[in-house]
Design a protein around this ligand. Structure first.
Ligand code: 9D3
Length: 259
């Protein structure tokens, strides 16, 4: 798949292509990344990309024309390479992305990601040239670049061949709507803390069962919203109930009855 990023700070994206899972995927040709600087599409001598907001107020707004031309150039380059790209604008006003969105984004042939700076972009650019508006979460960033990189990281690692183990992405936290179970490695005892004995038992069925139970319990304790969203199958309900019975009469039981 293909990513074209419209950004005033193309150098920031080096962090993706320098090292790590994304860098390897790019090198293997599983995905490509091209940056487009709106400043290169400004036509005045000062190469202006922003201006003061109509109606007054603090900050600056990104002008339509340089962004429009940068997006057009990116879409054209993608089309020439055989990719019918859609355009997404990263913004705090966008729909908040979750793992299911990353799967959908990964299934498209290409995306032009527009990273904003200053107070944002002229609304008419969004109306006429942007297909989707995405947020990565309810906190304030300084610009869209890091958000675009977060999306690309989450999407590119899903592409077949991007990870070492074929099914690593499928087993992930959030892949099946549960948090991950705890992990342990050597030594068996450190600072007085031991490894749960079942993990040393060699009983693979018991280990799988314990890990599933831990994932269920942790999700119930930390992210009950995720459990409510996906529901519980009969086996998972039984595993969670078994854990709850071990805590009968505790405050946890009260909570359990509300789940
Ligand atoms: C402090 C400026 N804010 C005015 C009340 C508006 C504002 C404009 C631009 C706040 C943040 C930004 C820059 N953020 C992004 O471009 C962004 C973002 C984010 O801040 N949070 C979560 N997801 C995203 S995606 C792009």
């Amino acid at each position: 798949m293909r990513f074209d990023v419209v950004t005033l700070f193309p150098e920031q994206f080096r962090i993706l292509s320098d090292e790590g899972v994304v860098a390897r995927a790019l090198k293997r040709g599983l995905a490509s990344l091209t940056t487009w600087n709106p400043r290169d599409f400004a036509t005045d001598a000062q190469r202006t990309v922003d201006d003061r907001p109509y109606g007054g107020g603090p900050g600056m707004v990104m002008k339509v024309a340089p962004l429009r031309e940068a997006i057009a150039a990116a879409k054209h380059a993608a089309a020439v390479a055989g990719h019918d790209s859609r355009v997404a604008y990263l913004s705090p006003q966008g729909r908040r992305l979750a793992q299911a969105d990353m799967q959908r984004i990964a299934a498209a042939p290409g995306w032009v990601l527009v990273a904003g700076r200053y107070e944002g972009v002229d609304e008419r650019l969004l109306e006429a040239h942007v297909d989707e508006e995405w947020s990565i979460g309810d906190y304030v960033l300084s610009g869209g670049e890091l958000a675009a990189m977060v999306v690309m990281d989450a999407v590119i690692r899903l592409l077949p061949g991007a990870l070492g183990h074929a099914d690593s992405a499928a087993q992930d936290s959030h892949g099946d709507g549960l948090l991950d179970c705890p992990h342990y490695t050597r030594p068996e005892l450190i600072d007085g803390r031991s490894v749960p004995p079942v993990l040393l038992s060699g009983d693979h069925a018991a280990i799988a069962r314990w890990r599933r139970q831990q994932a269920l319990v942790r999700t119930w304790q930390r992210r009950p919203d995720l459990l409510r969203a996906r529901g519980l199958g009969e086996d998972d309900r039984a595993l969670l109930d078994e854990f709850m019975r071990g805590r009968a009469g505790t405050a946890a039981e009260q909570e359990r009855n509300e789940t």
